[in-house]
Design a protein around this ligand. Structure first.
Ligand code: SAM
Length: 283
């Protein structure tokens, strides 16, 4: 079993965590990460956020089917493994950011039975499908899906025990802003779980993966969702995303402690976790 890699102490000494989330230095806008600039519609003048919402609105009707089909069902296991990490915390209030059609919110309810789960997303099309699923499953009482942006979360400071994001952070217009905002709404000691695509490192498997992602997946994606852009965007954004230790560095920088990562399925996907410090850290 792949072991959790805890970030080494040397990093923490070199980059002490800020005293509390509300005095985090704000990152100047011009410091955007390269992946923040990857957009679905290259000729569009709209912001990345508007383009991402538009793209997910377009593919919402096929999203669940394509997820299962293109990942050959493995995505369900990835989500389950990520949510299982929250078991020791026994969270009562959970926020699922970039909830899409609500799969993580629904699975979190089944596995952890918190008292309340709120899912937020910028795509009304995805949320509509999610709400229909909740109705069919009779879960509307426990899970609420709201229109909402990860970079300006419409909830008070310290209001959630846990925050989850599956395949969402890669799509944020401003990754660090989103991570800081999720830290703000976490209670001290609360936990963030991020699930995101990554790139396999081992030679033979990497070639197979490149073939699948470069040729097979876009063809099926285009066929079933009628959106060529969506699958090209998936490939480009996975390529540019700051994964592995780079993402851990960003988590540490944006106010998380006890950060860790766990690659899954030979590195196609990675679970990241981090906590909001329970007591202010002295610098
Ligand atoms: C690939 S889907 C993932 C959906 C779901 N979490 C899952 O596991 O299937 C990415 C979602 O992120 C949403 N998203 C992108 N940027 C966002 C933001 N700034 N705030 C909230 N949601 C966002 C998109 O609208 C889309 O529904």
């Amino acid at each position: 079993m792949v072991q959790f890699k805890i970030q080494n102490l040397a990093f923490k000494i070199k980059h002490p965590l800020p005293r509390s989330h509300n005095i985090l230095p704000l990152r100047p806008m011009q410091n955007k990460l390269p992946h923040d600039e990857i957009v679905p519609f290259k000729d569009s003048e709209s912001t990345k956020k508007k383009q991402v919402a538009e793209m997910f609105n377009q593919i919402a009707f096929r999203y669940d089917f394509l997820n299962r089909f293109l990942s050959m069902g493995i995505d369900k296991g990835w989500r389950r493994k990520a949510i299982r990490l929250l078991k020791p915390l026994q969270p009562k209030r959970v926020l699922d950011v970039a909830t899409g059609t609500g799969d993580v919110a629904i699975l979190t309810w089944k596995m952890l039975k918190p008292t309340e789960i709120i899912g937020i997303d910028i795509s009304e099309g995805m949320l509509d499908f999610g709400r229909k699923k909740l109705k069919t499953k009779g879960l509307e009482k426990y899970i609420r899906l709201e229109s909402g942006d990860s970079e300006t979360i419409n909830h008070p400071d310290n209001s959630f025990d846990a925050v989850t994001v599956a395949f969402g952070v890669r799509n944020f217009e401003d990754l660090e802003k989103g991570l800081r905002e999720m830290n703000r709404v976490l209670r001290p000691g609360g936990q963030l779980i991020v699930l995101e695509f990554s790139k396999p490192k081992t030679g033979g498997f990497r070639n197979l993966y490149n073939f699948y992602m470069g040729l097979v997946a876009p063809q099926f994606g285009k066929l079933f969702s009628k959106s060529r852009e969506a699958y090209q965007y998936l490939i480009d954004s996975v390529k540019a995303f700051p994964e592995g230790p780079d993402f851990i560095t960003i988590l540490n920088k944006t106010g998380y402690c006890d950060t860790a990562m766990k690659p899954l399925s030979l590195g196609i996907c990675t679970i990241y976790s981090g906590k909001k410090p329970s007591t202010p850290v002295s610098s």
